[in-house]
Write a protein that binds this ligand. Structure first.
Ligand SMILES: [Zn+2]
Length: 209
C-alpha cells in the first residue's frame, strides 16, 4: 500500500483525510488529538489512559465505564511549510501497542451518524417516530450496520441544543410565542422564574369561537 508519510499535501484538509483513510484501511482509527495554526497532532483513538477520577475499584469500574483506552502511543504531526505553502507529516511514533481492528464497530467514530443520516433522524423524531423505529429506518435506508440507539440519542440531543441556541427550554418557548401565531400571557417572579403561563394558537382560538 502506498504510504502517506512522505507525501506533500496542498491543504490541511487534504492531509487530514489522507491520514485518516490511510490508517483506517489498515484497521486503525486515527483522530486529531490537538490542533493549532500550522500544526495538527494525530493520535490513535485507543490512545490515552483510563483515569480513575471516581476512585472506582476494578469491579465497579467495569460496570461504570465502557472506556477501552489502551494507552496507545501512536503519534503523528502534520506541519504546515511556509516555503512551498504545503503540509507534510512528521513521524513521532508509528507503532501501536495493539493489533489492528478487524471489526471497526468498536470505534465510536465509525458508529457516528453522517449529515444526511442526522437530518433523517431529526425529521423522523419531529414526526413522533420513536428511537427504535428511527434506528431501523437508518439501518435500511443508509445500509448503516454500525450505529446504535446511542447514536440516535446523541443526534437528537445535539439537534435539541442547536435549536435552543443557548436558551433554556422556557426561554425558547417565550421566544417562539413572541414571534407570533400565539395569544399568550405570563407572569414572572422577581428572580425571573415563571409564575404562570398561558398560551394558545390563534387558529385554536378561532376554531373554538
Ligand atoms: Zn493505536
Amino acid at each position: 500500500m502506498e504510504t502517506v508519510l512522505n507525501k506533500v499535501f496542498s491543504s490541511r484538509d487534504n492531509l487530514i483525510s489522507a491520514v485518516k483513510s490511510f490508517y483506517l484501511l489498515q484497521g486503525y482509527v486515527i483522530v486529531i488529538k490537538r490542533s493549532k495554526p500550522g500544526k495538527v497532532y494525530f493520535g490513535c483513538d485507543l490512545g490515552g489512559e483510563y483515569r480513575n477520577f471516581l476512585n472506582l475499584t476494578d469491579e465497579t469500574r467495569k460496570r461504570q465505564t465502557r472506556s477501552r483506552l489502551l494507552g496507545c502511543k501512536f503519534l503523528l504531526h502534520g506541519v504546515y511549510r511556509v516555503k512551498d505553502n504545503s503540509w507534510h507529516l512528521n513521524e513521532i511514533e508509528l507503532s501501536h501497542n495493539h493489533p489492528p481492528s478487524t471489526e471497526l464497530n468498536g470505534h465510536s467514530i465509525c458508529r457516528r451518524l453522517k449529515t444526511d443520516e442526522i437530518e433523517t433522524v431529526v425529521s423522523l423524531s419531529e414526526c413522533g417516530v420513536g428511537v427504535s423505529q428511527i434506528l431501523n429506518v437508518i439501518k435500511k435506508e443508509f445500509n448503516n450496520e454500525l450505529s446504535s440507539r446511542q447514536e440516535i440519542h446523541n443526534a437528537l440531543a445535539a439537534a435539541r441544543l442547536k435549536m435552543l441556541n443557548g436558551l433554556s427550554p422556557i426561554q425558547k418557548l417565550l421566544e417562539l410565542l413572541h414571534e407570533g401565531s400565539y395569544k399568550f400571557s405570563y407572569e414572572v417572579y422577581h428572580n425571573g422564574a415563571i409564575k404562570s403561563l398561558f398560551f394558545s394558537h390563534l387558529k385554536s382560538i378561532e376554531l373554538s369561537n
